[in-house]
Structure formats: structure tokens, C-alpha cells
Design a protein around this ligand. Structure first.
Ligand code: GLP
Length: 259
């Protein structure tokens, strides 16, 4: 499913609706969270609904996609800190509802194995939010990562390090070179995937993920293998799509499309 919205804000509302539907079905639904700027409209919308008493996330369980190696959870640039701020605190939740890979674990490999086990023990991820990097990476799975990969220690490409320097006061030297990341195989096991992308910079990655060849050179193209994936893109991120008109037609004609 490819949903193109002309209004960027509508993407956050759409994804929040999907999360609200999951939680209405099952209050303790397992929601996978992504970091980066792309999912922020989703998290802002969730916080708004919780504050208005329209959404109850108090029994939901959350897992993060990835974390930098070497940053403790209380480091302001850690993904734990990001999600604590934008989801846990913003929605008035208990930090214990969110599990994030521990980038300071003494045994990083054991931490990854534990994490996979924790996801399995929780019954798997019901709905996974995803962003996408400019080079098509999902979570921290850089180009040429195996589609069967599991949670593990990964190295970041220089392009990703440079892109993420903006979160480190533009000091590229401070960006960790290693991370822990759910694998593409792990992500594909979530029952529902929702990828959000906005802005012109993401247009090539969105085009190759949706319309390009299935190739490990574009990690996002792995989503073509998933039976229930929704790409939420604004018109800028969708501007290189060759079949954009058809995707809008699907969106407008199929009842309940994307739900
Ligand atoms: C990081 C994260 C990804 C995210 C990507 C894009 O590399 N590990 O999960 O999708 O950044 O971030 P942004 O949404 O800020 O462009």
C-alpha cells in the first residue's frame, strides 16, 4: 500500500489512526518505534490524543528499532532518550513500557540475542513504525545488508554518520560509528509495517524502495516482500514515483485503503 498525502501533517494522523486501531483491538499491543525526524508527526499526534483522553496507551508495549553503541540510555543523543522524550514522557507512559537495545552493554552480541528473545516473548511486533535513510537504509541496516539479517552490531556508512550529525550539534566527530539494530529479517516479521517519509531528499529512496528492483543495495526494497506494509509519503517524497497517479487512485477508490 502506498499512500501519498499532499499535506505532510495528514501522515501523522494516518499512522496514529493505525496505532489507535491496534490498541483498540488489543490494549497491550506491541508497537515498534523508529527514531529520526520522520516519525515525529506521528508521536506528536499520539501525545495529542492521549492528552485529550481519546487514546489510552497505558498497557501498550514498545520496542525500539536501534541504538547507538557507546551511548548510555541517559545520553541526550541516545535513541532511548529520544523515545523517552517524544513517546514515553509525551504520552505520560511508564519508561518500563519501552525496551531499547542497550548500547552500553558489556556483551553487545548477547544483548542482541536477548532483544530478539524479548520481542518473541512479547508475541512479536504488531505494528512497526519505520523511517528511511537517504541511501534507503531502514533502522540501521545499511545497503547490502542481508534481507535475512537479525538484530546485531552494525557499522554505519559515512553518509549516515554525516546525515545524523545534525542531532549531535553538527559535530560529525561525536556521531558513533557503530550501532545495534534490528535486522531486516527481524523487521519483516512484524505483522504490520508503516514507513513514513517526507521531503524531496527522500524521493530517490522512496522511488527505489517501492518501484525499484528487490535488492539488498536498497534495504527499503525488502518491504516489497511484506504482505502488509503501508508507505506514508508526502508529495515531495513521492515526487519521483512513476506510478504516483495509480497510487492516488488506489487510495481514493479502495474502501478502507491502508487500514
Ligand atoms: C536513522 C535511523 C533510522 C531513520 C533514519 C532517517 O539513521 N536509524 O531509523 O529512519 O535515521 O532519519 P530521518 O527521519 O531523521 O530522516
Amino acid at each position: 500500500m502506498r499512500i501519498i498525502q499532499d499535506q505532510t501533517e495528514a501522515l501523522g494522523t494516518f499512522a496514529a489512526d493505525l496505532i489507535a486501531e491496534r490498541v483498540a483491538d488489543r490494549p497491550d499491543a506491541v508497537i515498534g518505534l523508529a527514531t529520526g525526524s520522520s516519525p515525529l508527526p506521528i508521536y506528536a499526534e499520539l501525545a495529542k490524543r492521549v492528552a485529550a483522553g481519546a487514546l489510552d496507551l497505558s498497557a501498550a508495549r514498545f520496542f525500539a528499532l536501534d541504538e547507538y553503541v557507546g551511548l548510555a540510555g541517559d545520553h541526550p543523543m541516545s535513541y532511548r532518550a529520544f523515545l523517552d522524550e517524544h513517546v514515553i514522557a509525551a504520552c505520560g507512559l511508564d519508561p518500563a513500557q519501552l525496551r531499547v537495545l542497550d548500547g552500553k552493554a558489556t556483551d553487545l552480541h548477547a544483548e542482541c540475542i536477548d532483544y530478539e528473545r524479548a520481542i518473541r516473548d512479547a508475541g512479536g511486533v504488531d505494528l512497526q513504525i519505520l523511517g528511511i535513510g537517504h541511501n534507503g537504509h531502514i533502522a540501521f541496516n545499511e545497503p547490502t545488508t542481508s534481507f535475512a539479517s537479525r538484530t546485531r552490531v552494525v557499522a554505519l556508512t559515512q553518509q549516515t554518520v554525516d546525515a545524523n550529525a545534525r542531532f549531535f550539534d553538527d559535530d560529525v566527530e561525536d556521531v558513533p560509528l557503530l550501532a545495534l539494530s534490528q535486522g531486516i529479517g527481524t523487521i519483516l516479521e512484524a505483522r504490520r509495517l508503516v514507513l513514513i517519509a517526507t521531503g524531496l531528499g527522500k524521493a530517490p529512496a522512496i522511488h527505489s524502495s517501492i518501484e525499484g528492483e528487490l535488492t539488498s543495495s536498497v534495504p527499503g526494497s525488502a518491504l516489497q516482500l511484506h504482505p502488509k506494509v503501508t508507505f506514508l509519503v508526502d508529495s515531495a517524497a513521492g515526487s519521483m514515483l512513476e506510478r504516483g497517479e495509480f497510487y492516488r487512485r488506489e487510495r481514493d477508490l479502495i474502501p478502507g485503503y491502508g487500514h
